[in-house]
Design a binder for this molecule. Structure first.
Ligand SMILES: [Zn+2]
Length: 245
């Protein structure tokens, strides 16, 4: 048994996500998309409502909203790219080490695999037989799955992750941006606040359901967070607008 600095999932837990297969992965992606959209809604809503507190100039609102959308979506994409790249690097390093260990001490690795299978509920004899069969077919894959909890053929692509969060943030940010520039002057802030709070109800509910949590409190927290962001920036914007800074 070899200690690893950065295991991606606990290999012994019978229900870690890597073992739930395609459905679990898809739900994780969906949840990340909803949370990314939520970020886009809140940060852009706070920005444009703040600017609307200071000025009624549509061009200024559009400029601020677009700049916020671009800055936010690119920062999300860059952050996601870095974090997924780092994770993939450590997964590749773990796989390389596993490959080396399989070459250098195959018997110890076979015993290790059998031990891990036994801890999942197989009898020693069956675990041994399963370990032998898995190792004959593809030893590295068997160790990657059972020991590391990763699928060596489907490591997450950092560019894929970056694009996904870029698009999710942009989709969310478009709502407050359009809500602040399309209506006539007096309606901008009320329309934006109402549509943002409605959208945050949907994203809060969806992400709670995808995470198998009770939606009530999640929705309340999500809506309260967005409302607070808009209230604070609107107050600051109005103050600056009134004092003519
Ligand atoms: Zn191993």
């Amino acid at each position: 048994m070899t200690e690893r600095a950065t295991p991606t999932t606990a290999p012994d837990e019978p229900h870690d996500e890597a073992h739930e297969g395609a459905l679990g992965t898809r739900l994780n992606w969906l949840r990340a998309a909803v949370l990314g959209a939520n970020d886009g809604i809140v940060s852009t809503a706070g920005l444009v409502v703040g600017v609307a507190g200071a000025t009624a100039d549509r061009e200024a609102l559009l400029t601020a909203g677009l700049a916020g959308l671009m800055a936010g979506s690119m920062s999300m994409a860059a952050g996601e790219y870095v974090s997924v790249s780092t994770q993939r690097d450590s997964e590749r390093a773990a796989l390389a080490q596993e490959r080396r260990e399989l070459r250098e001490r195959p018997e110890a690795e076979l015993a290790e695999l059998a031990g891990l299978l036994e801890r999942r509920g197989l009898t020693p004899e069956v675990a041994r037989e399963a370990a032998v069969q898995l190792s004959e077919r593809d030893a590295l894959r068997a160790h990657a799955r059972v020991e590391l909890g990763i699928d060596p053929d489907h490591l997450t692509d950092p560019w894929h992750a970056a694009w996904a969060s870029f698009l999710a943030f942009t989709a969310g940010a478009l709502l407050p941006l359009l809500a602040i520039v399309l209506p006539p002057s007096g309606w901008r802030v009320p329309v934006t606040v109402a549509s943002v709070l409605l959208a945050l109800t949907c994203t809060g509910w969806t992400s709670a359901r995808l995470g198998a949590a009770a939606p009530g409190r999640a929705v309340l927290r999500n809506v309260a967070g967005g409302a607070l962001a808009m209230a604070v920036t609107y107050a600051v914007g109005s103050l600056l607008g009134a004092t003519g800074v």
